[in-house]
Each structure stands twice: as C-alpha cells, then as structure tokens.
Write a protein that binds this ligand. Sequence first.
Ligand code: NAP
Length: 309
Amino acid sequence: MTPATPVPAVTENAALPPVFDTLVVVGPGLIGSSVLRRAKERGGLARHVIAVDIDPAVCARVAELGIADEVMEDAAQAAAKADCVMLCVPVGAMGPVAASVIPAMKPGAILTEVGSTKVSVIEAIKPFLRPDVPYVPAHPMAGTEFSGPDAGFATLFEDRWCLLTPLEGTPSAAVEAIRTLWERCGARLRDMTPAHHDRVCAIVSHLPHLLAFTICGTADDLADETRSEVLDFAASGFRDFTRIAASDPIMWRDIFLLNREALLEMLARFMEDAQAMARAIRWGDEDYIVDRIERGRKIRKSLIENRQA
Ligand code: NAP
C-alpha cells in the first residue's frame, strides 16, 4: 500500500451526507481519476476513497497527486473495505477484474462500472455475480483523447449524460445510490436497456472513432510527399479527426471488438449513405448534397443548444 498525500475535500456537495462510506475505484485512469478528483474536491460521494491499480508506478503517481485517501495494488484487498466498487478498467478487462473483486466484497456492497459497451460487459461480469452484491452498470458519456491518472479532472462529467442500464431484479436502493453518485458528479442521468445503449453508442461514439482512425490511416498510407503535406496543411476537418484518433488503442480495440454487431450495423448504414453522397457528387445532385450538409448543421446547432458541444 502506498501512503497518499492528504488533500482537504472542498465544497458544494460537502454539506450532503456522502452516498457511500468507502468507495473503491479500480483503474484510476481518465475516468477513474476524474471520479476520485470529484470526490475529493467537491465532497458528497464518499467519506473515504481508495484507488487501485495493478501498476506500482501508477499507484505512486496517484498517491503523489493526492486524489485518493488510500492507494492499493490488490483489488480484492481494497474491495473488502468497500461499500461500492467502481470498475474503471478497459471493457476487455471488466470480467477478470470483477472475478477478482466480487468474492471479497461485503454483503450489500454495490458493484458498478463505467464501460463504454454494456451488453458484453454485463455478460462478462454476470457469471461472477453474487445475490448479495447488487450490480449497477453505468456509462458516463464524457471523455477526452487522453488517458491515465494525470488526464482526469473533477468537472469532466458536468452536464454530460450518464447512461444507466440497470438489470431486472436489482434493488432500487442500489440503482438510486449510483444515480445520486453520478448526479453529484454533475451528470444528467438516463436509463436504457443494455442493447439500446450499445446501438446508441455505436452511432454517436464508436463509429466516429472508427472513421477518425481510418481517415488518419488513409492519409498516412498516401505517398510520402502527400503525407507531409497533410501534416503541413491539415485543415480543421482533418485536425478534428486527429484529436479523436489520438485515443487509447487498447481501450478502442476492446470497444470495437466488444460492440461488434451494433458497430458493424452502423458502419454498413454509414457506407450506404456515403455511397449515396458519392453518387450525388458524381451526378451533380445539388439538392441531395445541400440537404445532407443542412442536416449536419442542424445537428450541430441542437448540440450547442443542448450544451453538449
Ligand atoms: P485509461 O485512462 O486508460 O485508464 C484505464 C485504467 O485501467 C488504468 O488505471 C489502467 O491501469 C487500468 N487497467 C488497464 N488494463 C487493466 C487490467 N487488465 N486490469 C486491471 N486494470 C487495468 O482509460 P479510461 O479512458 O479511463 O477508460 C476506462 C473505462 O472507462 C473503459 O472501460 C472505457 O470504456 C470507459 N469510458 C471511457 C471514456 C473515455 O472517453 N475515455 C468515456 C466513458 C467510459 P494502468 O494505468 O496501470 O495501465
């Protein structure tokens, strides 16, 4: 165990009784360290927060940042102290990490996670569930292209959606506790089924990442001279794609493979639409081209109105 630098908790939720006594965050990367920072800086989430990472160097960094009361390498040992364990590891690691923490958890303690895919993560965790450990899957729809404990910040979830995909039979008190935790992180909450979640995320998040990685690859495959010009003259369109394409490879490999069906369905639809646009350009169908661009502008305008831009 690495001793952590104490940081006084300041503020807005501080007057409220914390949702949990002890919250354990496994995987203090972008998302996990943002939850830890929120807990320490704003209060109201947990009286005591423990960060867990398998890498001693990451543990040392988290301790140095002072964003947790305790930092541990052993997830099961930490889970034994928790009223809530939140898994913030890549989606492909959720099953094995859940298998290691669930047997150690106290009866009544809540298991939650923040995975970007829901059907596959729930399937991976289900075999290890205990009847006395309620499990509440969640997905805060917030992020940046950065990762690791230095990338997080306390306001990451403010005004962002957090999607809950509660399972049938989960005690409502457990679902409400996780809802309150995310509300206190500043998020707006919405419940949906895991399958619906995966289709929505395939179009709003996973397909855009696939396009960004692909367009950067296409530019990189071009002849040397053109490639250097791409880098010299990258206009805002390409620049915006490169920001998304800077995301963590392991995290996105896992998301693509674990939301395979919904993503391939959205990609097939996109390819049909791209073909239709190509046909319109070939045949000079001005109305079609203008209609598509106007629809894009409308979507951007509504995002701005909805404070999601
Ligand atoms: P991140 O910054 O890369 O952090 C991942 C954390 O998981 C790190 O602490 C990492 O430890 C740990 N980890 C990696 N592999 C592990 C394993 N096999 N066993 C145990 N721990 C492991 O990633 P992130 O962006 O916070 O994403 C975490 C989760 O949030 C993912 O499930 C992702 O789908 C979800 N999510 C991400 C976003 C986003 O935009 N980034 C948004 C919403 C939800 P080390 O540092 O020691 O490698």
